[in-house]
Design a protein around this ligand. Structure first.
Ligand code: SF4
Length: 266
């Protein structure tokens, strides 16, 4: 068994993805505070005519709301910067997935940040928060979910859903992934798109997923699967998108060693 599983994409170094996330988070907070101030100030005059204490009551409520947001954002930023589970990593992941990603995508667009940069940053933060939960599972509860574009474009063997028909000829990364699946005893599935991926997840009911895909598919997959933890690994596209893509098998194996209760291969 591996004694100390490597912490993937974690640690306390501020990778560019983390910096983008934290930058967008800061801009989101400033905008939120400005909107709250505006919401309080603009009807100020109207409120005093209703009751002289109303502006004070509303102002207090806004300050409490702002304080709560400040606490959540500080915990999130500290978890990201320190690379450690402070509190509520699971809940924080929900906040990031449900609330912050849509907000930050919009703000990123306004600030001229590339959409894929924001997605990469989201995936890195999601991974960090999944790692911070220190999840461990047995091989039967872990699923390797792969995109169809990893398969060699001219391969005649059908591997969608189940890869048993792969002949392991070595022309694409499916061979190496099949070997990892055998070595660790974990399930593996290849999906052609989000609909099939969702069906596979419903059928197999994993407790944790290690997914490989492009920025767009990984972000939407992580969102769709919530609260199921998904650890995302980006594919490489030397031939362009969706065509004979590649994946770093070492990273997949590191992820397996990190999340499996038994690091010892079967
Ligand atoms: S490794 Fe498997 S999927 Fe890839 S080209 Fe060979 S037979 Fe096809």
């Amino acid at each position: 068994m591996d004694e100390a599983p490597k912490i993937l994409n974690g640690g306390n170094s501020l990778r560019p993805q983390k910096r983008i996330f934290l930058g967008l988070l800061a801009v989101t907070c400033v905008l939120f505070a400005a909107i709250l101030a505006g919401l309080w100030y603009v009807p100020y005059v109207g409120l005093t005519t209703l009751h002289p204490r109303l502006p004070l009551i509303l102002g207090t409520l806004f300050v409490i709301l702002l304080f709560l947001v400040f606490v959540i954002v500080t915990m999130l930023a500290l978890t990201v910067v320190l690379g450690r589970d402070l509190f509520f990593s699971k809940k924080l992941r929900g906040v990031v997935i449900k609330l912050l990603l849509p907000l930050m995508s919009g703000i990123g667009k306004l600030c001229g940040v590339d959409k894929d940069e924001v997605r990469r940053s989201f995936i890195a933060i999601n991974n960090q928060l999944v790692l911070a939960q220190h999840l461990k599972t047995t091989p039967d509860k872990l699923l390797l979910l792969m995109p169809h574009c990893l398969q060699f474009h001219d391969c005649k063997f059908r591997i969608t859903g189940n890869i048993v028909h792969c002949q392991r000829c070595g022309k694409c990364p499916i061979k190496g992934l099949a070997e990892l699946s055998d070595k660790y005893g974990v399930g593996i599935a290849v999906a052609t798109g989000g609909t099939l991926a969702r069906r596979i997840v419903v059928e197999r009911r994993p407790k944790l997923i290690i997914a490989v895909a492009c920025e767009r598919d990984l972000s939407s997959g992580i969102q769709d699967s919530y609260p199921l933890p998904v650890y995302g690994i980006l594919n490489h596209r030397p031939q362009g998108p969706c065509y004979d893509t590649l994946v770093n098998l070492e990273r997949v194996e590191e992820a397996l060693n990190t999340f499996l209760v038994k690091g010892e291969p079967t």
